[in-house]
Design a protein around this ligand. Structure first.
Ligand code: SF4
Length: 350
């Protein structure tokens, strides 16, 4: 009889560990490859699905290992094509992912979560109101990609083209699990998704940005900037008190010099707070040290939060000001306005 300590979380095992385990069970080495393929290429959600394994091995796996997939709990469809899905985790917690299709550009992006809740308490964010509960496992992050990819094929006849780690949680505080999920998604022996089409977004943990560079990250990095001076940023993002703009810019420059990967600033425009032309000039001054693209994002209001969406004309003037200074700018209009569009709103319900 297996004791609790004998039970393995099979998606935490490397191919090497799986191979050693198969050897212990008297199985040939290729069984480990087959299991690995089921987990990370075919997205199996049960041992029963692994039909090319002998039945006895499948029941041994079920006795001595667990496979804990996420389950689709609720799906919301927006008139603009955005699909938001709430997933239930094995321990009853909820997270959410969003599919953002842009068929005219053949761009289909999934926004995935990395934590249940978040410890950073950004004042404008629905997720920031939930306490951080735990980091997601690499498999739970992988599942979001896998399931939304199926959703994307079913609805749009096209697989996902991009992944952004911009959902619930701070990815760099779930560093190892995020890293492993990306390793699985991009593994050339498996799905072989291009790391150039993956963006990890951080609220700004300088030490971990440097770590990404030292570890040889091949994906893109986005900084959720949202304010171009420390006084304003401190008001909306408490993390800025230990990771101020000067420290962050040093870390980003280090990342750029070591990796040459794309860096972007995410900038939610809040009416009357950070959307003036003076703010645009301050932001422009943060753009000179390394190549950076600025994404200006319309705010999705969250109940009880004292911020409002900046008017379109103001956002356009802001963007123009940046462009006049030679900065690459994209304005992202809010998506999914008719569903619980802001990050964490759906998972936080009930
Ligand atoms: S914006 Fe991101 S980092 Fe800030 S509280 Fe929300 S989920 Fe956490």
């Amino acid at each position: 009889m297996a004791t609790k300590t004998d039970i393995r979380d099979i998606r935490r095992m490397s191919l090497k560990a799986l191979t050693a385990w198969m050897e212990q069970l008297g199985q040939p080495h290729f069984r480990a490859q087959q299991i690995w393929q089921w987990l990370w290429v075919k997205g199996a959600h049960s041992f029963e699905q692994m039909t090319n394994l002998p039945k006895t091995l499948r029941s041994q796996l079920a006795s001595y290992a667990v496979l804990r997939p996420i389950q689709t709990d609720k799906v919301q469809y927006s008139a603009d094509g955005t699909i938001k899905t709430r997933f239930r985790l094995h321990d009853g917690h909820f997270i959410e992912s969003v599919l953002i299709p842009v068929p005219e550009e053949r761009r289909y992006t999934v926004c995935v979560s990395s934590q249940v809740g978040c410890s950073l308490s950004c004042t404008f964010c629905a997720t920031g109101r939930m306490k951080r509960v735990r980091n997601l496992d690499p498999g739970e992050i992988f599942d979001q990609f896998w399931l939304v990819n199926q959703q994307c094929i079913a609805h749009y006849g096209h697989p996902l083209t991009n992944i952004v780690y911009m959902g619930m949680g701070e990815p760099l505080l779930a560093y190892r699990n995020v890293w492993q999920s990306i390793a699985h998604i991009t593994d050339p022996r498996g799905l072989n998704f291009s790391p150039r089409r993956i963006t990890v977004s951080t609220a700004g943990i300088a030490k971990m940005i440097r770590q990404l560079a030292d570890d040889g990250a091949r994906f893109n990095l986005a900084l959720s900037l949202h304010a171009a001076d420390d006084a304003k940023r401190n008001q909306i993002m408490p993390i800025n008190e230990q990771n101020n703009l000067s420290i962050l810019l040093d870390a980003l420059e280090y990342f750029w010099r070591k990796t040459r990967n794309r860096i972007s600033y995410e900038y939610i425009a809040f009416a009357g707070f950070n959307d003036s032309l003076e703010d645009a000039c301050k932001l422009a001054r943060l753009c000179g040290r390394f190549p950076v693209r600025v994404n200006i994002i319309e705010y999705n209001p969250v109940a009880g939060v004292p911020f409002h969406k900046s008017p379109e004309t103001q956002i356009d003037a802001f963007a123009r000001q940046l462009r006049q200074r030679g900065i690459m700018v994209t304005v992202r209009r809010s998506r999914g306005k008719d569903i619980d569009a802001a990050c964490g709103q759906l998972a936080n319900k009930e």
